[in-house]
Write a protein that binds this ligand. Structure first.
Ligand code: GAP
Length: 471
């Protein structure tokens, strides 16, 4: 949780951003591709759409699913000091008193009294004009005095909205982890240093939403609360920053499109003694992708006080009793998905024709292989379908017979499919197929019977980010 009252570090173009913008990939191009290929649509389009709420179509759902799966793989499978949790969205309302969200999760809102009546975040406007009177950036109108606006969505349990029935849609998944600390400690047989990881929806009634899925009312977080002995907090903070940066680059984000930016003291959240943001060079400028905070013992101490339950840990070896400190790598699954798409987006001319290609890491690609008959006759479609039926049981694959082969390749390039398997006249003679590489466009001939093993091998091989034409 960034400090809502002191300005947001993830405000694009704001005073905390270096306004260096990747010119080759505009957000408009990403939005158009998402719409054209069914990755992401605006919510409730048939009713005119709902601003800042988005639905993921087939390829979008698969891509975001792969981002989350890779995150799980890195925190659970590739380490042995983190356990999983899936806590409910609705929580006891006292949670939000203890966490400080009821009192402090606010943004300063000002509204235009002139023609446009638009609402603005005062702290954002102050970034360009730290002193003096503020006017509406849209129409120049006078603005109201700022009032603190809580970002939590409120709802009610039970049929009647009455006192005591108010609950909140969680604004971060983290609190579900803190309130379960004792349960996990007891059942997971872990002791600090260890972490609890969770992926789930969070909701914020943001005053200003913008930039496609970058900031929305409803989004998914991938959070780890890593509990450590107090003396080890700083070194674990450092390690998590390095681990998380590596995760993004291993999955193909260009290192020069990533930076780690420590928060200034005036930006720190109430619970944090140190936070650094992993920022990505989005089309609108450097903006937060993930926050990595040292939350100290704030949350466990607060919950102990508000619930009356002890939240400390007694080391069975030394007998030492302490409240663990917490390092929190908190990533957005939607922002991650957007960053991977932006970074992978490329345009190039091939044999006089322009192609748009998503050079996604194969493990993130929604579809790994497309099986395509060269022509729709001579037994090729039947042969291709048989190969596809075999392949799709092992890796996500598609079978496509619609349109010219060039058109089918372009469709697959746009959704980021790393390998094309073409069945041609030679296949009918010797049972070999051509394997086309999305990035190099190189073609190799291999036996159809070796396809599954070859693609499984490629999927797990270390991968080098291809050199982009644009970007
Ligand atoms: N528990 C800490 C926490 O929630 P945060 O910096 O407020 O920290 C963590 O949020 C991450 O969640 C951000 O880095 C971002 O990726 C994502 N996120 C936050 N607000 C978002 C929004 N309105 N829309 C999309 N993603 C958001």
């Amino acid at each position: 949780m960034a400090n809502r009252t002191k300005g947001r570090p993830d405000h694009p173009g704001g005073r905390y951003s270096v306004p260096r913008v990747s010119e080759a990939v505009s957000m408009e191009k990403i939005v158009a591709l998402c719409k054209r290929r069914g990755f992401i649509f605006q919510s409730s389009e048939i009713y005119g759409g709902m601003a800042s709420v988005y639905d993921y179509g087939h390829y979008g759902a698969l891509l975001k699913g792969n981002v989350k799966a890779e995150w799980w793989r890195s925190v659970l499978q590739e380490r042995d000091d983190v356990v999983a949790l899936d806590a409910a969205i609705l929580m006891h309302p006292r949670t939000w008193e203890a966490s400080g969200h009821l009192a402090g999760f606010t943004d300063p809102l000002v509204q235009c009294l002139g023609e446009c009546k638009k609402r603005w975040r005062e702290d954002h406007l102050r970034e360009d004009r730290p002193e003096g009177e503020l006017r509406c950036p849209q129409c120049g109108g006078e603005l109201t005095a700022p009032r603190q606006f809580n970002l939590m969505f409120e709802t009610h349990v039970g049929p009647v909205a009455e006192e005591g029935s108010t609950v909140y849609l969680r604004p971060e998944t983290a609190q579900g982890i803190f309130v379960n600390f004792k349960n996990v400690l007891q059942f997971a047989r872990k002791k600090p240093p260890f972490g609890i990881a969770q992926v789930g929806k969070a909701f914020r009634n943001e005053i200003t939403t913008q930039s496609f899925i970058f900031r929305t009312y409803e989004f998914e977080q991938m959070e780890i609360e890593f509990f450590v002995p107090p003396a080890e907090a700083e070194s674990w903070h450092q390690r998590w920053m390095e681990d998380r940066m590596r995760w993004y680059t291993d999955l193909g984000l260009r290192p020069d499109h990533l930076q780690l930016r420590p928060h200034g003291t005036d930006e720190l959240s109430h619970y944090s003694s140190a936070t650094s943001d992993i920022e990505y060079l989005f089309p609108m400028g450097w903006s937060e992708l993930e926050g990595i905070a040292n939350r100290g013992d704030f949350d466990l101490t607060q919950h102990a006080e508000y619930s009356g339950e002890k939240m400390d840990f007694v080391d069975p070896g030394s007998g030492e009793r302490y409240v663990p400190h917490v390092i929190e790598p908190s990533a957005g699954a939607d922002r991650g998905t957007l960053a991977f798409m932006v970074d992978a987006y490329d345009e190039e001319e091939v044999e006089g024709r322009e192609r748009v290609v998503l050079r996604l890491h194969p493990r993130l690609a929604p579809v790994k292989a497309a099986v395509l008959p060269l022509v729709n006759k001579d037994g090729q479609p039947e042969k291709a379908r048989a190969i596809y039926e075999e392949l799709r049981r092992r890796i996500p694959a598609e079978f496509d017979t619609g349109g010219s082969i060039g058109k089918r390749y372009r469709r697959q390039d746009e959704i980021g499919t790393p390998w094309g398997v073409t069945v041609d006249h030679q296949t009918m003679e010797d049972d070999t197929v051509t394997l086309r590489d999305r990035d190099s466009l190189g073609q190799t001939r291999i036996a159809a019977g070796e396809l599954v093993a070859e693609l499984a091998r490629r999927l797990h091989d270390p991968w080098t980010t291809p050199k982009l034409t644009t970007g």
